[in-house]
Design a protein around this ligand. Structure first.
Ligand SMILES: Nc1ccn([C@@H]2O[C@H](COP(=O)(O)OP(=O)(O)OP(=O)(O)O)[C@@H](O)[C@H]2O)c(=O)n1
Ligand SMILES: C[C@](O)(CO)[C@H](O)COP(=O)(O)O
Length: 231
């Protein structure tokens, strides 16, 4: 039987955590690397579990680490752990397949966004509950954006006013996400992209700077600083 958090919650959260972390440099799979003494995945799952709407959490772990991830997360929250895939999209599909009947809202949330506040989980879920099929948290783009050619020569300046930097958790009505994954082709970098390909409208809600994706060493240092200073 699948472990559940709030039995009255209507949200399942899928946590792809099977990536290597190549851009972070050599070491353990990224989700298992330490941040302030605890693996990124522990930080991420603790915050998800603190969101009152969450009933089920399914983690896609590196295939070789499924057993140890189960042990790692047992004291943190009731969590189902499945083996992830070679691409993020395959990891999400594996986690989606393990969601039990019940939750009608499914959120997909990177383990790498370890400091995401529970309030963001709730606001994405609330936007789906209010009637949207697909919801993504976004931030405005703050840099000037240039388009370049293969030789790094600038082709032009892109109008950034209509651009958004996309975060997770991304929220979906469950059948919408299931249909998008069922007909997925080549891997895309996010789940909203799959849903867009189905012609389903995707809506934006305000993201959070604390939901930064820990991708490179600087991001890890920034996350350490945020935790150390309580910022
Ligand atoms: N095969 C994969 C690849 C990625 N992910 C997860 O997807 C999230 C976002 O991916 P990213 O931050 O790009 O992580 P990595 O793929 O580990 O990073 P890199 O590309 O630097 O190796 C992460 O929580 C990561 O663990 C996953 O579950 N399965
Ligand atoms: C899903 C995501 O975090 C949204 O910004 C992002 O697309 C993951 O991309 P990555 O290239 O796998 O880091």
């Amino acid at each position: 039987m699948t472990a559940q958090l709030n039995p009255r919650g209507d949200v399942a959260v899928l946590v792809p955590a099977a990536g290597a972390g190549v851009r972070l440099g050599p070491g353990a799979p990224k989700a298992l690397r330490p941040l302030a003494g605890e693996p990124l995945l522990v930080h991420a799952v603790r915050r998800i579990a603190a969101a009152p709407s969450v009933r089920v959490i399914v983690v896609a772990a590196p295939a070789a680490d499924v057993g140890s991830v189960r042990e790692l997360l047992a004291p943190v929250a009731p969590v189902t752990v499945v083996p992830g895939g070679a691409e993020r999209q395959a990891s999400v599909a594996a986690a989606l397949a393990a969601v039990p009947p019940g939750p009608e809202i499914v959120l997909v949330h990177d383990a790498a966004r370890a400091l995401t506040p529970p309030t963001l989980v709730e606001s994405v879920a609330a936007a789906v509950r209010s009637g949207h099929d697909a919801v993504i948290p976004v931030l405005p783009v703050v840099d000037t954006i240039k388009e370049v050619d293969a030789g790094e020569r600038v082709l032009g300046t892109v109008d950034r006013s209509a651009l958004r930097a996309v975060q997770t958790p991304q929220g979906f009505r469950r059948p919408v996400l299931a249909a998008a994954h069922a007909s997925a082709g080549d891997p895309l970098t996010d789940d909203a992209g799959l849903v867009e390909k189905q012609g389903v409208p995707v809506f934006c809600v305000p993201g959070s700077e604390h939901a930064l994706k820990i991708t490179r060493p600087f991001d890890l240092a920034l996350a350490e600083h945020l935790l150390a200073t309580g910022a």
